[in-house]
Write a protein that binds this ligand. Structure first.
Ligand code: GRF
Length: 205
């Protein structure tokens, strides 16, 4: 059995998808939020999962917050820490501590459109496709070895919100699948690249 801890800041729909997927041999040990009122906490509690709030505002700086977060996470001895809409920039101390076992989902086809407002930026650039990327987290924001990507097309009448909805639907299918594949060794890290592949490769057009 592999233990994972999920970090959220808000809605938590990716966390919900991971819980609902009931991944074999994966135990969701805890869900932790930096926001006391994150909607996702409720869903986790209703599913019998331990929840914690580590409020970043209670700490004098990023490092003090990250140290408190590490303490809370490590009580569950996770094999993998899953960022699911966790809206904090993490220190290199944190990313190093969880090196090669910290995963994130980003709503763009990285390395394009790191940061925020990814969907509007993709539309403004005239991109014909968009998508999401699941990657290992390094100290470099929205970079790191890519585990999986899902692609959707951008139609001429696309808006940022219609694109966000399309991409989110793919996120919900791909994130549980990628976590499972990484934890069971179907995907693995070799020379800073992810090897192996997801099957089926449903999210490539
Ligand atoms: C998702 O779009 C994810 O790609 C990004 O933050 C959003 C989180 O949504 N990292 P949710 O909280 O999982 O609903």
């Amino acid at each position: 059995m592999k233990n994972i801890v999920i970090l959220i800041s808000g809605r938590g729909s990716n966390m919900e998808a991971i819980i609902k997927a009931q991944l074999p041999n994966v135990r969701i040990a805890a869900v932790i939020s930096n926001q006391a009122h994150a909607a996702g906490l409720d869903f986790a509690q209703k599913n019998g999962i331990a929840t914690h709030v580590v409020d970043h505002k209670a700490y004098p700086n990023r490092l003090a917050f990250d140290e408190a977060l590490i303490q809370t996470i490590d009580a569950y001895a996770p094999d993998c820490v899953v960022l699911a809409g966790f809206m904090r920039i993490l220190t290199s101390e944190f990313t190093t501590h969880y090196q090669n076992r910290l995963v994130n989902i980003h709503p763009s086809l990285l390395p394009a459109f790191t940061g925020l407002n990814t969907h509007q930026r993709a539309i403004d650039m005239g991109c014909k496709v968009a998508g999401c990327t699941i990657h290992l987290v390094t100290a470099d924001l929205d970079h790191g070895p890519i585990l999986a990507q899902g692609v959707v097309s951008i139609t001429p009448e696309e808006t940022a919100s219609s694109l966000a909805a399309k991409v989110l639907a793919v996120e919900h299918q791909l994130y549980p699948q990628a976590i499972q594949a990484f934890l069971c060794g179907q995907l693995w890290l070799e020379n800073q690249h992810i090897k192996g592949e997801l099957s089926p490769k449903r999210f490539y057009p």
